[in-house]
Write a protein that binds this ligand. Structure first.
Ligand code: FES
Length: 66
């Protein structure tokens, strides 16, 4: 099942894993590359209910996997 991290630009958790492999925990670099969090910015809030995993939580989880 795909997990949406950013609804505005349709970024999935797997996209964040790939971005974390390149950029580590660098939020700005991950936002630049994926465009996640660059439109309404709601997914930057950990309590965002528009997405399955808000961006910062997705990054923290991906860091444990890579
Ligand atoms: S849900 Fe990510 S910028 Fe809108």
């Amino acid at each position: 099942m795909t997990k949406i991290v950013c609804d505005c630009v349709d970024v999935e958790y797997t996209d964040i894993v790939e971005a974390v492999k390149k950029h580590g925990d660098n939020l700005d670099a991950i936002m630049d590359e994926t465009e996640a969090g660059t439109v309404c910015e709601d997914c930057l809030e950990d309590d965002c209910d528009k997405v399955d995993i808000p961006l910062k939580i997705a990054i923290a989880q991906a860091l444990k996997e890579v």
